[in-house]
Design a protein around this ligand. Structure first.
Ligand code: NAD
Length: 297
């Protein structure tokens, strides 16, 4: 099954994903709020639409990689959005990280127009996106994806697929995953602060912890950035806060406590207040270490 594909949201994740889809299928219509972000992919042969609605009129398989719930709701269900210009049989695959309830609301609104909406949030960062090696958390059953002919498209952006068998479950597990990852990063920052004060070099800290039981994925993934002081995103702290706030809302909805989540939120909030909102998530480690700098003299 060959679809006419479109892609909305050409940011740190969306741009490399869209480029891979264009390279494999030879055609792609794109739209981004900041038009300048379309230039590179237009030079590769993509057609640039004037609006989300304009893109909907041209495509039957539409991928989204947008910051969060507000943008997804506006692009899908807002004025001049996808559903206003949709046609039955269209499919929307949403790679953005949103709340499960947002995904279910979008799926319901789409269904009324004969359109299929599937939450497919991703993990693996810009590097994974560029390599087409993302992990996909799919809010659908494997048969639905196979029967709709979506596999060749998803295989262009990812290589690890988790079928979560129901709308919103992709989004739910993604938020749980990011809660784990970003609070682990706060622990990594506090551990590094301890090492600083105990006279252990950063090289020794990473050598031991990445090969011992304290290891976690984000520790190794951000090691070079922390060592070199590179704050270029990556995944910005403003988006971390969006995901942690979504996690907090999930806990509230389920009426469960989560002490670690609330502590993690305070650190990233502080990093935002200190001006690191558009820096890589690992900027929180810099903030933690600078709160109590070691005196080595
Ligand atoms: P980003 O901010 O770099 O990209 C978002 C893009 O969407 C931007 O180019 C922006 O101009 C565009 N946009 C915003 N509102 C729009 C609108 N109304 N219409 C059209 N375009 C609009 O974000 P990102 O880092 O690429 O992340 C995208 C999504 O993927 C987020 O939901 C994020 O949580 C998730 N995610 C990011 C990473 C990562 O490492 N960056 C990893 C996994 C998941």
């Amino acid at each position: 099954m060959q679809y006419k594909p479109g892609f909305i949201g050409l940011g740190n994740m969306g741009e490399p994903m869209a480029e891979n889809i264009l390279k494999k299928f030879g055609e792609l219509v794109v739209f981004n709020r900041t038009r300048a972000r379309c230039e590179a992919i237009a030079a590769m042969g993509a057609e640039v639409a004037e609006s989300a609605g304009g893109l909907a009129g041209k495509c039957d398989l539409i991928f989204l990689s947008l910051p969060g719930p507000k943008e997804v709701t506006a692009v899908v269900a807002g004025p001049d959005g996808l559903l206003e210009h949709s046609h039955p049989g269209q499919i929307i695959v949403d790679f953005s990280t949103v709340a499960p309830l947002d995904s279910r609301n979008m799926a319901e609104a789409a269904e009324k127009k004969g359109v299929t909406y599937i939450d497919v949030p991703v993990s693996g960062g810009g590097v994974g996106a560029a390599k087409g090696a993302l992990t996909l958390m799919i809010g659908a059953a494997e048969e639905e994806i196979r029967d709709a002919g979506l596999l060749p498209y998803l295989e262009t952006v990812g290589n690890t697929f988790h079928y979560m068998n129901g709308r919103g479950h992709g989004s739910a597990i993604k938020i749980i995953n990011n809660y784990m990852s970003f609070t682990a990063q706060v622990i990594n920052g506090e551990a590094l602060l301890m090492a600083d004060h105990l006279g252990i070099s950063m090289d020794d800290f990473y050598k031991v912890t990445t090969t011992s039981s304290g290891n976690n994925m984000i520790l190794g993934a951000k090691m070079n950035k922390v060592k070199t002081g590179d704050l270029k995103p990556g995944f910005v702290i403003d988006l971390v806060m969006k995901d942690l706030e979504l996690a907090r809302q999930l806990c509230q909805d389920c009426q469960i406590s989560n002490f670690t989540l609330n502590t993690g939120i305070q650190f990233y909030r502080l990093a935002q207040q200190l001006g690191y909102g558009q820096c890589d998530s690992s900027g929180v480690i810099k903030v933690i270490r600078e709160l109590e700098p070691a005196h080595n003299d």
